[in-house]
Design a protein around this ligand. Sequence first.
Ligand SMILES: *[C@@H]1O[C@H](CO)[C@@H](O)[C@H](O)[C@H]1NC(C)=O
Ligand SMILES: *[C@@H]1O[C@H](CO)[C@@H](O)[C@H](O)[C@H]1NC(C)=O
Ligand SMILES: *[C@@H]1O[C@H](CO)[C@@H](O)[C@H](O)[C@H]1NC(C)=O
Ligand SMILES: *[C@@H]1O[C@H](CO)[C@@H](O)[C@H](O)[C@H]1NC(C)=O
Ligand SMILES: *[C@@H]1O[C@H](CO)[C@@H](O)[C@H](O)[C@H]1NC(C)=O
Ligand SMILES: *[C@@H]1O[C@H](CO)[C@@H](O)[C@H](O)[C@H]1NC(C)=O
Ligand SMILES: *[C@@H]1O[C@H](CO)[C@@H](O)[C@H](O)[C@H]1NC(C)=O
Ligand SMILES: *[C@@H]1O[C@H](CO)[C@@H](O)[C@H](O)[C@H]1NC(C)=O
Ligand SMILES: *[C@@H]1O[C@H](CO)[C@@H](O)[C@H](O)[C@H]1NC(C)=O
Ligand SMILES: *[C@@H]1O[C@H](CO)[C@@H](O)[C@H](O)[C@H]1NC(C)=O
Ligand SMILES: *[C@@H]1O[C@H](CO)[C@@H](O)[C@H](O)[C@H]1NC(C)=O
Ligand SMILES: *[C@@H]1O[C@H](CO)[C@@H](O)[C@H](O)[C@H]1NC(C)=O
Length: 613
Amino acid sequence: MFGLLFATFGVILSAKYSSITVDQSAFLALKSHITHDPYNFLATNWSTSTSVCSWIGVTCGSRHHRVTALNLSSMDLTGTISSQLGNLSFLAWLDIHQNSFHGSLPIELTNLRRMKYLDFGNNSFNGEIPSWFGNLSKLERLGLSWNQISGRIPNSLFKCKDLKFLSLSSNSLEGSKIPLVIGNLISLQVLSLGSNKLTGRIPTPPPLLQLYGVSTNNLIGEIPSSICNLTSLVAMALHDNNLEGTIPKCIGNLSSSLTTVFLGNNNFHGQIPENFAKGCMLRSLHINNNELEGSLPRSLGNCKALNLLDVGNNNLNDTFPSWLGNLDQLQVLILRSNRFYGQIESFDITVSLTKLRIIDLSHNNFSGYLPTLFFEHMHAIRDEYGKKVEPNYMREVKIMKDAHKFGVYYAYGLSVTAKGLEMKFESLLSIWMQIDLSSNQFRGEIPKILGELHLLTVLNLSHNCLIGPIPSSLGNLSELESLDLSSNKLDGRIPTELKNLGFLEVLNLSQNNLKGPIPQGKQFDTFTNDSYIGNLNLCGLPLSKNCGTDEETPVKFDRDDDGDELNWKFSILMGYGCGLVLGMSMAYIVFTTGKPWWLIRIVERVRQRFAKR
Ligand SMILES: *[C@@H]1O[C@H](CO)[C@@H](O)[C@H](O)[C@H]1NC(C)=O
Ligand SMILES: *[C@@H]1O[C@H](CO)[C@@H](O)[C@H](O)[C@H]1NC(C)=O
Ligand SMILES: *[C@@H]1O[C@H](CO)[C@@H](O)[C@H](O)[C@H]1NC(C)=O
Ligand SMILES: *[C@@H]1O[C@H](CO)[C@@H](O)[C@H](O)[C@H]1NC(C)=O
Ligand SMILES: *[C@@H]1O[C@H](CO)[C@@H](O)[C@H](O)[C@H]1NC(C)=O
Ligand SMILES: *[C@@H]1O[C@H](CO)[C@@H](O)[C@H](O)[C@H]1NC(C)=O
Ligand SMILES: *[C@@H]1O[C@H](CO)[C@@H](O)[C@H](O)[C@H]1NC(C)=O
Ligand SMILES: *[C@@H]1O[C@H](CO)[C@@H](O)[C@H](O)[C@H]1NC(C)=O
Ligand SMILES: *[C@@H]1O[C@H](CO)[C@@H](O)[C@H](O)[C@H]1NC(C)=O
Ligand SMILES: *[C@@H]1O[C@H](CO)[C@@H](O)[C@H](O)[C@H]1NC(C)=O
Ligand SMILES: *[C@@H]1O[C@H](CO)[C@@H](O)[C@H](O)[C@H]1NC(C)=O
Ligand SMILES: *[C@@H]1O[C@H](CO)[C@@H](O)[C@H](O)[C@H]1NC(C)=O
């Protein structure tokens, strides 16, 4: 009798003891699979001399005294996932994102039946998505983005009825069987399948969806009208696919919740929906690089929060949207390569575009004088105030932040042409200020007031019909990094004030009627013939033509202030000369074509000049 009691007690005891021991040995097995732990997170901390529950990253439940959560995110660990992890039978939360785990996910993980939250994002896992995920019936979040996972999305995954958050972006997933089944995930709020190799039609998303991302795939077909039922939709990213058809009219109706619409780089045709309702919440609308025609809907004026409008590279035929003057949050306006026409200078500004920082009207058919009044109202670029404007773009509602934490990235590659190259910004820099009015039919003189846009970084007025002199006030644009006035009919001399443009990397004055000496010294020493070709009568270095002694202003090599000169060269050498903004923003910029040649050129020239001494 006693013996039996004892035995039972012993079994219970050992069971309780062994359970947490199981967890401990599972972790020790995991530790032994970790080949690199650069910050020694686990090396000494995961030691059997202390309780598993006090180990770093480990959380135990109070009821069963078993491990319920493991968080090893962002520890820079390298290794594989050991099958023993499947023995952590109380585990409900497993987050190992942002490490260098590799290999495949062991099938034993299917035993983790309590699992709700799984994040394997930003590692180097490969192989296919295991079908046993479908057996984790309590799963609410699954993150596998930024790995090297290939193959198809297994249908079994769509058995997870509680799944709210599915992120599989930035892998090599393929296949076209998505649409039918994804609709089964009735709880889904966030779907991120972007940057894969998915083909076929775009998935019909479940009704509660808030964030819908399938960008950068090879999807075809039209946007299904069922999208009109997604009344909770906050953001949709369908850009960079081969979608066609028209943009559903209901997009305008959805705009009471919808803040972000990315439809760029597809084949949409027809008109932009017209019914953006009052109270529209839209912040970013990118429909660039499609075949849209007609006019820009006036109802966009109802979207008071709009801060980014990119309709570039379409066939829109309209006059300048002067009604945009009411959108006082607008920071970026891109109308490039369309059929916009007419004058801007008569533009009757009632409310000013105080926050506008990037305006690209290039490759259209605008005519008349350059819009002086418009420049006058560009407070973001004119005043110190501009520097305080936060990069509002992508500062989003909670779901977006949440998504971001989970490896879902909606920073869209806004592309602009600057310094002769197409650049893509992963997020919008508040200090990048650009005016591009090139390739239009603007005429008349360059207004002096442009010199008051102190924070401007890029100015392109090339390929117009501008006449008269280059205003010396441009020498006040102290942040300017790129100035293109080429292919106009400008005359007179190059104002020496332009030497004050200490960050100027690209200067193009070619194909004008300029004459007289080219200013010498400072940044001007870095420009080559290409900056001046096709002018009437320019002389001095770098051109081979000498300026005669009859020139009114003798050639003046700027040696007035030796100290200044030395400092200047030193700062170039230190990489400062490549531009303050550029220097600061290098990390954000992806150059779509090779290396930044102007940087190489500057460095080369400085090197040559120093080598000669
Ligand atoms: C392990 O790390 C945890 C969390 O940082 C800490 O509380 C604990 O004291 C550490 N244990 C040892 C033995 O260093
Ligand atoms: C997981 O660990 C990371 C890094 O230590 C920490 O920043 C994060 O807040 C943790 N997450 C949770 C849910 O505790
Ligand atoms: C844990 O898992 C491993 C491998 O999956 C298995 O061999 C072992 O028997 C399991 N049980 C314990 C108590 O470790
Ligand atoms: C992935 O992790 C690496 C470091 O491990 C980090 O540099 C990189 O920014 C991360 N990428 C994303 C998209 O989070
Ligand atoms: C998943 O569940 C199905 C049926 O419920 C079962 O047949 C299958 O063996 C399970 N798979 C795994 C890996 O446990
Ligand atoms: C929208 O939802 C309603 C009600 O749930 C449904 O009857 C209708 O078919 C849906 N429309 C589309 C286009 O899916
Ligand atoms: C969408 O908006 C249009 C015009 O604003 C309206 O006529 C239509 O009834 C709306 N549709 C829905 C489904 O709300
Ligand atoms: C623009 O539209 C007008 C009518 O709205 C038409 O007369 C004109 O030809 C169009 N221009 C272009 C370039 O398509
Ligand atoms: C551009 O506008 C001019 C008149 O300002 C007109 O003659 C020309 O046909 C237009 N070009 C295009 C492509 O619309
Ligand atoms: C200025 O615009 C023209 C035409 O739009 C373009 O070809 C050129 O590369 C631009 N200049 C710079 C310096 O970006
Ligand atoms: C440059 O700016 C200064 C101060 O803002 C002003 O006094 C000066 O007149 C400007 N120069 C030109 C050429 O406009
Ligand atoms: C300057 O512009 C002209 C045409 O406007 C172009 O041919 C030339 O390549 C450009 N030069 C530089 C240095 O970008």
